[in-house]
Design a protein around this ligand. Structure first.
Ligand SMILES: NC(=O)c1ccc[n+]([C@@H]2O[C@H](COP(=O)([O-])OP(=O)(O)OC[C@H]3O[C@@H](n4cnc5c(N)ncnc54)[C@H](OP(=O)(O)O)[C@@H]3O)[C@@H](O)[C@H]2O)c1
Length: 345
Protein backbone atom coordinates (compact mmCIF):
# COMPACT_ATOMS: atom_id res chain seq x y z
CA UNK A 1 0.00 0.00 0.00
CA UNK A 2 1.59 3.26 -1.04
CA UNK A 3 1.16 5.92 1.57
CA UNK A 4 2.89 9.24 1.62
CA UNK A 5 2.89 11.99 4.18
CA UNK A 6 5.20 14.82 3.47
CA UNK A 7 4.66 16.28 6.89
CA UNK A 8 5.83 13.25 8.87
CA UNK A 9 8.35 14.44 11.39
CA UNK A 10 11.27 12.49 12.64
CA UNK A 11 11.83 13.38 16.20
CA UNK A 12 15.18 11.78 16.63
CA UNK A 13 18.27 13.88 16.17
CA UNK A 14 16.13 17.03 16.16
CA UNK A 15 18.11 19.91 17.66
CA UNK A 16 16.44 21.82 20.43
CA UNK A 17 16.48 25.55 20.86
CA UNK A 18 19.31 26.89 23.00
CA UNK A 19 16.74 28.29 25.37
CA UNK A 20 15.34 25.00 26.65
CA UNK A 21 12.60 25.94 28.99
CA UNK A 22 11.64 24.16 32.15
CA UNK A 23 8.82 26.43 33.12
CA UNK A 24 6.06 23.86 32.71
CA UNK A 25 4.33 22.93 35.91
CA UNK A 26 4.41 19.23 35.14
CA UNK A 27 8.03 19.33 34.01
CA UNK A 28 8.87 20.56 37.48
CA UNK A 29 6.77 17.82 39.02
CA UNK A 30 8.49 15.20 36.89
CA UNK A 31 11.90 16.52 37.95
CA UNK A 32 11.02 16.37 41.67
CA UNK A 33 9.66 12.87 41.17
CA UNK A 34 12.75 11.93 39.21
CA UNK A 35 15.08 13.14 41.97
CA UNK A 36 13.12 11.25 44.62
CA UNK A 37 13.18 8.04 42.62
CA UNK A 38 16.85 8.29 41.73
CA UNK A 39 17.63 7.90 45.41
CA UNK A 40 16.38 4.28 45.13
CA UNK A 41 18.19 3.61 41.82
CA UNK A 42 14.89 3.19 39.98
CA UNK A 43 14.89 2.56 36.24
CA UNK A 44 14.75 5.98 34.57
CA UNK A 45 14.09 7.11 31.01
CA UNK A 46 16.66 9.28 29.24
CA UNK A 47 15.82 13.01 29.13
CA UNK A 48 13.31 13.70 26.35
CA UNK A 49 13.09 16.44 23.73
CA UNK A 50 9.43 17.36 23.38
CA UNK A 51 7.21 19.61 21.29
CA UNK A 52 4.90 21.15 23.88
CA UNK A 53 2.26 23.83 24.25
CA UNK A 54 1.31 25.45 27.54
CA UNK A 55 -1.85 27.08 26.17
CA UNK A 56 -4.07 26.45 23.17
CA UNK A 57 -3.77 28.76 20.18
CA UNK A 58 -2.15 29.15 16.76
CA UNK A 59 0.54 26.41 16.57
CA UNK A 60 3.13 28.86 15.24
CA UNK A 61 2.95 30.90 18.38
CA UNK A 62 2.18 28.40 21.14
CA UNK A 63 4.40 25.38 20.49
CA UNK A 64 8.02 25.13 21.51
CA UNK A 65 10.69 22.46 21.83
CA UNK A 66 11.89 21.81 25.36
CA UNK A 67 13.91 19.19 27.17
CA UNK A 68 12.05 17.16 29.75
CA UNK A 69 13.93 15.46 32.59
CA UNK A 70 14.10 11.67 32.99
CA UNK A 71 11.03 9.94 34.43
CA UNK A 72 10.72 6.69 36.32
CA UNK A 73 9.93 3.57 34.28
CA UNK A 74 7.63 1.76 36.70
CA UNK A 75 7.19 -2.02 36.78
CA UNK A 76 4.40 -2.07 34.14
CA UNK A 77 5.82 0.78 32.05
CA UNK A 78 7.58 0.68 28.72
CA UNK A 79 10.00 3.42 27.70
CA UNK A 80 9.86 3.94 23.94
CA UNK A 81 12.32 5.90 21.83
CA UNK A 82 10.08 7.53 19.21
CA UNK A 83 11.29 7.09 15.64
CA UNK A 84 8.64 8.98 13.65
CA UNK A 85 5.33 10.67 14.30
CA UNK A 86 3.02 12.43 11.84
CA UNK A 87 1.38 15.82 12.01
CA UNK A 88 -2.29 15.07 11.34
CA UNK A 89 -4.89 17.83 10.87
CA UNK A 90 -6.44 16.78 14.20
CA UNK A 91 -3.07 17.39 15.95
CA UNK A 92 -3.19 20.97 14.71
CA UNK A 93 -6.84 21.29 15.77
CA UNK A 94 -5.98 20.00 19.26
CA UNK A 95 -3.26 22.64 19.64
CA UNK A 96 -5.68 25.29 18.35
CA UNK A 97 -8.18 24.14 20.99
CA UNK A 98 -10.94 23.45 18.44
CA UNK A 99 -10.88 19.63 18.49
CA UNK A 100 -13.59 18.20 20.76
CA UNK A 101 -11.31 15.58 22.38
CA UNK A 102 -7.96 16.98 23.47
CA UNK A 103 -5.47 16.72 26.32
CA UNK A 104 -5.33 19.19 29.16
CA UNK A 105 -2.63 21.82 28.76
CA UNK A 106 0.27 21.92 29.23
CA UNK A 107 0.60 19.05 26.80
CA UNK A 108 3.02 17.33 24.47
CA UNK A 109 1.74 17.29 20.88
CA UNK A 110 1.12 14.27 18.67
CA UNK A 111 -1.29 11.36 18.80
CA UNK A 112 0.25 8.48 16.85
CA UNK A 113 3.68 7.36 15.73
CA UNK A 114 6.13 4.48 15.88
CA UNK A 115 8.97 3.91 18.29
CA UNK A 116 11.52 1.37 19.43
CA UNK A 117 11.34 -0.09 22.93
CA UNK A 118 14.25 1.37 24.88
CA UNK A 119 13.65 -0.22 28.29
CA UNK A 120 10.89 -2.09 30.10
CA UNK A 121 9.70 -2.21 33.70
CA UNK A 122 10.33 -5.33 35.79
CA UNK A 123 6.81 -6.79 35.21
CA UNK A 124 6.79 -6.41 31.42
CA UNK A 125 7.25 -9.71 29.59
CA UNK A 126 5.54 -9.29 26.20
CA UNK A 127 7.81 -6.49 24.94
CA UNK A 128 11.59 -6.24 24.88
CA UNK A 129 14.15 -3.58 24.01
CA UNK A 130 14.47 -3.27 20.23
CA UNK A 131 10.81 -4.10 19.46
CA UNK A 132 8.90 -1.63 17.32
CA UNK A 133 5.64 -0.44 18.85
CA UNK A 134 2.78 1.94 18.14
CA UNK A 135 0.34 3.40 20.68
CA UNK A 136 -2.95 1.60 19.97
CA UNK A 137 -5.48 3.07 20.36
CA UNK A 138 -3.59 6.29 19.67
CA UNK A 139 -2.45 8.20 22.68
CA UNK A 140 -1.47 11.82 23.24
CA UNK A 141 2.14 12.94 23.49
CA UNK A 142 4.01 11.21 20.64
CA UNK A 143 5.97 14.32 19.66
CA UNK A 144 8.83 13.62 22.04
CA UNK A 145 11.96 11.56 21.81
CA UNK A 146 11.17 9.19 24.73
CA UNK A 147 7.66 8.25 25.84
CA UNK A 148 7.02 6.29 29.03
CA UNK A 149 3.57 4.70 29.26
CA UNK A 150 1.93 1.58 30.65
CA UNK A 151 2.56 -1.56 28.60
CA UNK A 152 -1.16 -1.76 27.73
CA UNK A 153 -0.72 1.33 25.53
CA UNK A 154 1.82 -0.31 23.23
CA UNK A 155 1.18 -2.68 20.34
CA UNK A 156 4.10 -4.50 18.73
CA UNK A 157 4.44 -4.05 14.95
CA UNK A 158 6.62 -5.69 12.38
CA UNK A 159 10.01 -4.09 11.82
CA UNK A 160 9.58 -4.94 8.12
CA UNK A 161 7.04 -2.12 7.79
CA UNK A 162 8.47 1.09 6.36
CA UNK A 163 8.82 3.46 9.30
CA UNK A 164 6.49 6.11 7.86
CA UNK A 165 3.76 3.51 7.26
CA UNK A 166 4.00 2.19 10.81
CA UNK A 167 3.91 5.75 12.16
CA UNK A 168 0.68 6.55 10.32
CA UNK A 169 -1.17 3.24 10.16
CA UNK A 170 -3.81 3.94 12.79
CA UNK A 171 -5.60 7.26 12.32
CA UNK A 172 -6.07 7.58 8.59
CA UNK A 173 -5.95 4.09 6.99
CA UNK A 174 -8.33 2.67 9.59
CA UNK A 175 -10.69 5.62 9.13
CA UNK A 176 -10.76 4.83 5.41
CA UNK A 177 -11.34 1.14 6.07
CA UNK A 178 -14.17 1.71 8.56
CA UNK A 179 -15.91 4.23 6.35
CA UNK A 180 -15.91 1.81 3.42
CA UNK A 181 -17.40 -0.92 5.61
CA UNK A 182 -19.72 0.68 8.13
CA UNK A 183 -22.32 2.71 6.25
CA UNK A 184 -23.41 0.86 3.10
CA UNK A 185 -22.76 -2.61 1.75
CA UNK A 186 -20.46 -2.20 -1.22
CA UNK A 187 -19.82 -4.94 -3.75
CA UNK A 188 -17.23 -5.27 -6.44
CA UNK A 189 -18.33 -3.11 -9.39
CA UNK A 190 -20.03 -0.47 -7.17
CA UNK A 191 -18.62 3.02 -6.90
CA UNK A 192 -18.00 5.66 -4.25
CA UNK A 193 -17.39 9.41 -4.52
CA UNK A 194 -15.21 11.57 -2.29
CA UNK A 195 -13.77 15.05 -1.98
CA UNK A 196 -10.39 15.88 -0.41
CA UNK A 197 -9.09 12.94 -2.45
CA UNK A 198 -5.45 14.02 -2.11
CA UNK A 199 -5.63 13.65 1.68
CA UNK A 200 -4.07 10.56 3.23
CA UNK A 201 -7.54 9.26 4.13
CA UNK A 202 -8.59 9.91 0.52
CA UNK A 203 -5.57 8.07 -0.87
CA UNK A 204 -6.30 5.12 1.42
CA UNK A 205 -9.93 5.06 0.28
CA UNK A 206 -8.81 4.92 -3.34
CA UNK A 207 -6.42 2.04 -2.69
CA UNK A 208 -8.73 -0.05 -0.51
CA UNK A 209 -11.59 0.52 -2.96
CA UNK A 210 -9.45 -0.57 -5.91
CA UNK A 211 -8.29 -3.63 -3.94
CA UNK A 212 -11.99 -4.58 -3.57
CA UNK A 213 -13.00 -3.85 -7.15
CA UNK A 214 -14.92 -0.71 -6.14
CA UNK A 215 -14.67 2.30 -8.46
CA UNK A 216 -13.73 5.67 -6.99
CA UNK A 217 -14.82 9.09 -8.24
CA UNK A 218 -12.56 11.70 -6.75
CA UNK A 219 -12.81 15.45 -6.29
CA UNK A 220 -9.81 17.67 -5.61
CA UNK A 221 -9.61 21.41 -5.18
CA UNK A 222 -8.35 23.73 -7.92
CA UNK A 223 -4.76 24.60 -7.12
CA UNK A 224 -1.31 24.70 -8.65
CA UNK A 225 -0.19 21.13 -9.34
CA UNK A 226 -3.70 19.71 -9.70
CA UNK A 227 -2.77 17.92 -12.95
CA UNK A 228 0.11 16.11 -11.22
CA UNK A 229 -2.21 15.30 -8.29
CA UNK A 230 -4.73 13.75 -10.70
CA UNK A 231 -2.05 11.54 -12.23
CA UNK A 232 -0.80 10.48 -8.83
CA UNK A 233 -4.30 9.49 -7.67
CA UNK A 234 -4.93 7.59 -10.90
CA UNK A 235 -1.65 5.77 -10.28
CA UNK A 236 -3.05 4.69 -6.91
CA UNK A 237 -6.17 3.30 -8.58
CA UNK A 238 -8.60 6.23 -8.90
CA UNK A 239 -11.10 5.77 -11.75
CA UNK A 240 -12.00 9.45 -12.17
CA UNK A 241 -10.47 12.59 -10.69
CA UNK A 242 -12.14 15.99 -11.15
CA UNK A 243 -11.23 19.41 -9.90
CA UNK A 244 -14.14 21.28 -8.32
CA UNK A 245 -14.29 23.71 -11.25
CA UNK A 246 -14.75 20.82 -13.70
CA UNK A 247 -17.95 20.00 -11.87
CA UNK A 248 -19.55 23.39 -12.54
CA UNK A 249 -21.81 21.72 -15.11
CA UNK A 250 -25.52 21.08 -15.12
CA UNK A 251 -25.31 17.30 -15.26
CA UNK A 252 -22.26 16.00 -13.38
CA UNK A 253 -23.39 12.42 -13.83
CA UNK A 254 -22.88 12.87 -17.56
CA UNK A 255 -19.15 12.91 -16.73
CA UNK A 256 -19.27 9.39 -15.37
CA UNK A 257 -19.36 7.43 -18.64
CA UNK A 258 -20.01 3.81 -17.65
CA UNK A 259 -19.45 4.04 -13.90
CA UNK A 260 -22.48 3.27 -11.73
CA UNK A 261 -23.92 6.09 -9.62
CA UNK A 262 -22.33 5.92 -6.18
CA UNK A 263 -24.52 5.10 -3.19
CA UNK A 264 -21.81 6.24 -0.76
CA UNK A 265 -19.89 9.50 -0.62
CA UNK A 266 -17.24 10.89 1.71
CA UNK A 267 -16.82 14.53 2.62
CA UNK A 268 -13.80 15.89 4.53
CA UNK A 269 -13.88 19.43 3.14
CA UNK A 270 -17.32 20.96 3.83
CA UNK A 271 -18.54 24.17 2.17
CA UNK A 272 -19.57 23.92 -1.47
CA UNK A 273 -17.30 20.91 -1.98
CA UNK A 274 -19.78 18.80 0.03
CA UNK A 275 -22.54 19.68 -2.42
CA UNK A 276 -20.35 18.34 -5.24
CA UNK A 277 -20.22 14.95 -3.49
CA UNK A 278 -24.00 15.04 -3.10
CA UNK A 279 -24.47 15.80 -6.79
CA UNK A 280 -22.91 12.45 -7.72
CA UNK A 281 -24.83 10.36 -5.18
CA UNK A 282 -27.62 8.07 -6.27
CA UNK A 283 -31.06 8.79 -4.87
CA UNK A 284 -31.17 7.73 -1.23
CA UNK A 285 -27.38 7.54 -1.10
CA UNK A 286 -25.38 8.41 2.00
CA UNK A 287 -22.75 11.09 2.40
CA UNK A 288 -20.43 10.49 5.36
CA UNK A 289 -18.80 13.62 6.75
CA UNK A 290 -15.57 12.96 8.61
CA UNK A 291 -13.64 16.25 8.39
CA UNK A 292 -14.01 19.93 7.60
CA UNK A 293 -10.75 21.06 5.99
CA UNK A 294 -12.25 24.22 4.44
CA UNK A 295 -13.58 25.26 7.88
CA UNK A 296 -16.84 26.17 6.13
CA UNK A 297 -20.32 24.83 6.95
CA UNK A 298 -21.64 22.11 4.65
CA UNK A 299 -23.73 23.48 1.79
CA UNK A 300 -26.57 21.25 0.55
CA UNK A 301 -28.56 22.25 -2.51
CA UNK A 302 -32.32 22.27 -2.10
CA UNK A 303 -32.81 19.66 -4.82
CA UNK A 304 -30.29 17.30 -3.20
CA UNK A 305 -32.00 17.80 0.12
CA UNK A 306 -35.43 17.02 -1.30
CA UNK A 307 -34.66 14.32 -3.85
CA UNK A 308 -31.71 12.44 -2.33
CA UNK A 309 -33.47 11.75 0.95
CA UNK A 310 -34.32 8.10 1.32
CA UNK A 311 -37.18 6.82 3.48
CA UNK A 312 -34.59 4.86 5.52
CA UNK A 313 -32.07 7.66 5.94
CA UNK A 314 -33.77 10.81 7.15
CA UNK A 315 -30.95 13.08 6.04
CA UNK A 316 -28.46 12.37 3.27
CA UNK A 317 -25.50 12.81 5.55
CA UNK A 318 -24.00 10.90 8.42
CA UNK A 319 -20.85 11.55 10.40
CA UNK A 320 -17.86 9.40 11.23
CA UNK A 321 -15.69 9.72 14.28
CA UNK A 322 -13.19 6.91 14.13
CA UNK A 323 -11.64 7.25 17.58
CA UNK A 324 -14.62 5.48 19.13
CA UNK A 325 -14.13 2.57 16.75
CA UNK A 326 -10.36 2.56 17.21
CA UNK A 327 -10.65 2.33 20.97
CA UNK A 328 -12.75 -0.82 20.58
CA UNK A 329 -11.26 -2.52 17.53
CA UNK A 330 -7.99 -0.75 16.69
CA UNK A 331 -5.56 -3.64 17.15
CA UNK A 332 -7.70 -6.17 15.33
CA UNK A 333 -8.19 -3.74 12.45
CA UNK A 334 -4.50 -2.94 12.37
CA UNK A 335 -3.68 -6.63 11.94
CA UNK A 336 -6.23 -6.90 9.12
CA UNK A 337 -4.78 -3.90 7.32
CA UNK A 338 -1.28 -5.27 7.73
CA UNK A 339 -2.36 -8.69 6.39
CA UNK A 340 -4.35 -7.39 3.44
CA UNK A 341 -2.38 -4.42 2.24
CA UNK A 342 1.24 -5.10 1.56
CA UNK A 343 3.53 -2.12 0.91
CA UNK A 344 4.39 -1.58 -2.73
CA UNK A 345 7.78 -3.00 -3.63
N1 LIG B 1 -13.59 11.54 11.74
C1 LIG B 1 -12.46 10.88 12.01
O1 LIG B 1 -12.42 9.99 12.84
C2 LIG B 1 -11.22 11.25 11.23
C3 LIG B 1 -10.11 10.40 11.24
C4 LIG B 1 -8.98 10.75 10.45
C5 LIG B 1 -8.98 11.94 9.72
N2 LIG B 1 -10.08 12.75 9.80
C6 LIG B 1 -10.14 14.01 9.04
O2 LIG B 1 -9.92 13.69 7.69
C7 LIG B 1 -9.43 14.84 7.02
C8 LIG B 1 -8.21 14.43 6.19
O3 LIG B 1 -7.15 14.04 7.06
P1 LIG B 1 -5.72 13.66 6.44
O4 LIG B 1 -4.73 13.47 7.53
O5 LIG B 1 -5.93 12.55 5.48
O6 LIG B 1 -5.40 15.03 5.65
P2 LIG B 1 -4.06 15.48 4.91
O7 LIG B 1 -3.34 14.30 4.37
O8 LIG B 1 -3.33 16.44 5.78
O9 LIG B 1 -4.66 16.28 3.64
C9 LIG B 1 -5.40 17.43 3.82
C10 LIG B 1 -6.44 17.50 2.71
O10 LIG B 1 -7.28 18.63 2.89
C11 LIG B 1 -7.25 19.44 1.69
N3 LIG B 1 -7.35 20.82 2.12
C12 LIG B 1 -6.54 21.47 2.96
N4 LIG B 1 -6.99 22.73 3.15
C13 LIG B 1 -8.13 22.85 2.41
C14 LIG B 1 -9.04 23.91 2.18
N5 LIG B 1 -8.90 25.10 2.77
N6 LIG B 1 -10.09 23.67 1.35
C15 LIG B 1 -10.23 22.49 0.75
N7 LIG B 1 -9.40 21.43 0.95
C16 LIG B 1 -8.35 21.62 1.77
C17 LIG B 1 -5.91 19.10 1.03
O11 LIG B 1 -6.00 19.38 -0.34
P3 LIG B 1 -4.69 19.76 -1.20
O12 LIG B 1 -4.01 18.48 -1.57
O13 LIG B 1 -5.25 20.44 -2.38
O14 LIG B 1 -3.82 20.64 -0.36
C18 LIG B 1 -5.85 17.60 1.32
O15 LIG B 1 -6.69 16.87 0.45
C19 LIG B 1 -9.12 15.87 8.10
O16 LIG B 1 -10.21 16.77 8.18
C20 LIG B 1 -9.06 15.02 9.35
O17 LIG B 1 -9.33 15.75 10.52
C21 LIG B 1 -11.18 12.42 10.53
Amino acid sequence: MALARSVAVKLINRSISAASIFSLEWAGARRVQAQRVRAFSALMSPPSKAVVYEREGPPDSVIKMIELPPVEVKENDVCVKMLAAPINPSDINRIEGVYPVRPKVPAVGGYEGVGEVYSVGSAVTRLAPGDWVIPSPPSSGTWQSYVVKDQSVWHKVSKDSPMEYAATIIVNPLTALRMLEDFTTLNSGDSIVQNGATSIVGQCIIQIARHRGIHSINIIRDRAGSDEAKEKLKGLGADEVFTESQLEVKNVKGLLANLPEPALGFNCVGGNSASKVLKFLSQGGTMVTYGGMSKKPITVSTSAFIFKVSPDIPVPSRCCYTRRILVRHGREMYSNVQKNLKPKA
